[in-house]
Design a protein around this ligand. Structure first.
Ligand code: NAD
Ligand code: DAU
Length: 336
């Protein structure tokens, strides 16, 4: 199978490419990525010379690039990761989220429809369900109540993708995963930010009371779930992908500090994120029954592996924390 991946230089897309190429899942893989602040070709150094892999720099909002690529490459499947992905950035500036997550997805769907693509996996998020009161868990029919500009743009793009199945029979599958963690995650998200700040003996900003709950999914489990729905999922369906491991943020951060041998006094309460979702929780029964996939990496193992990776790769973190990151950090955290 020839596969086009969008956003393959980001955290999850690059994990998918590394895994797919090392385990020979497909005949060829093309990666279309704009290389925003979150895109980093260093994440793909291990595969850049693989004959089955090709990188194309470009914006998914640019119809001429997307159409040309589909005409030249004739991919049978598209796995669409490219997005603006960080909630705090969507609060500071929602425009890019509207552009990439909605207009970019629309551009890709239109191109896929003209090219007659055989599978279109739209990679989405459990955040589209919004905050969920305990003990409920969202299944795929749960109402959509996105809270942030990020999650609203993802919910909109999910609906648009599904409309292309209903209206044009474009073979779309939507996946909704919980919070991913693992190596190469940009240090704006909770786990890599806390690890890298702790390694530098900087304070760890805890939003509000820190008792918000997230379900944690190791990134390779997520990638294998996408591969499973690509092969065995049904067109027009939505599949939740969870790690079955819910934890309050404070507990996650305390585990990180304990493994690094750093004091809890590094944790510093800061004012809460506006519109902050209190709890995410989802059930993955549908994908498990349909494909046999299950999350297999226990949080204890995944977090240990992740912390060790950041400890060994501090040069990578130093490089991505320069320039734009510094101004983002100041805008998001100063005076909070
Ligand atoms: P990321 O921010 O690490 O990477 C996004 C990638 O998309 C980058 O390489 C960036 O350069 C590229 N990109 C952004 N705008 C683009 C554009 N206009 N054209 C082409 N490329 C563009 O994101 P991630 O954490 O790897 O998330 C990947 C996908 O998974 C997203 O769709 C996100 O909504 C979804 N998701 C993420 C998580 C998570 O916990 N990180 C959980 C569930 C779902
Ligand atoms: O649920 C899936 C989603 O998970 C993905 O769709 C998003 O792309 C991804 O960014 C993530 O969204 P969250 O908002 O849950 O992740 P984030 O890492 O930003 O925050 C996780 C929790 O930690 C959340 O409750 C906010 C809190 N937090 C985060 C940061 C960055 C802090 O307390 N302090 C921080 O500095």
């Amino acid at each position: 199978m020839r596969v086009l991946v969008t956003g393959g230089a980001g955290f999850i897309g690059s994990a998918f490419l590394r895994l797919a190429l090392s385990e020979r899942w497909f005949d060829s893989l093309v990666n279309l990525d704009k290389l925003t602040y979150a895109g980093n070709l260093e994440n793909l150094a291990a595969v850049e010379h693989d004959a089955a892999y090709q990188f194309v720099q470009g914006d998914i909002c640019d119809a001429s690039i997307v159409n040309r690529l589909l005409e030249e490459q004739r991919p049978e499947a598209i796995v669409h990761f490219a997005a603006e992905s960080h909630v705090d950035r969507s609060i500071l500036g929602p425009g890019a989220f509207f552009e990439t997550n909605l207009r970019g997805t629309f551009t890709l769907l239109e191109a896929a429809r003209s090219a007659g693509v055989l599978r279109f996996v739209h990679v989405s998020t459990d955040e589209v369900y919004g905050s969920i009161d305990a003990p409920a868990e969202a299944d795929e029919a749960f109402p959509l109540r996105p809270s942030s500009p990020y999650s609203a743009s993802k919910a909109g793009s999910d609906l648009l993708a599904l409309s292309y199945f209903n209206t044009y029979r474009l073979p779309v599958i939507v996946t909704r995963a919980s919070n991913n963690y693992g190596p190469y995650q940009f240090p704006e998200k909770l786990i890599p930010l806390m690890i890298s700040n702790a390694l530098e003996n900087n304070t760890l900003p805890i939003y509000g009371d820190g008792m918000q709950v997230r379900d944690w999914l190791f990134v390779e489990d997520h990638c294998r779930a996408i591969q499973a729905v690509l092969e065995r999922g049904d067109e027009g369906e939505i599949y939740n992908i969870g790690g079955s491991r819910s934890l309050p943020n404070r507990e996650v951060v305390e585990r990180i500090l304990a493994r690094l041998g750093k004091p809890k006094s590094l944790m510093q309460t800061v004012s809460d994120r506006p519109g902050h979702d209190r709890r995410y929780a989802l059930t993955s029964d549908k994908i498990e029954q349909a494909t046999g996939w299950r999350a297999v990496v226990a949080f204890e193992d995944g977090i240990a592996l992740t912390i060790d990776w950041y400890q060994k790769n501090q040069a990578w973190t130093r490089r991505v924390k320069t320039g734009e990151y510094q101004s983002y950090y100041a805008r998001n955290y100063s005076g909070r």
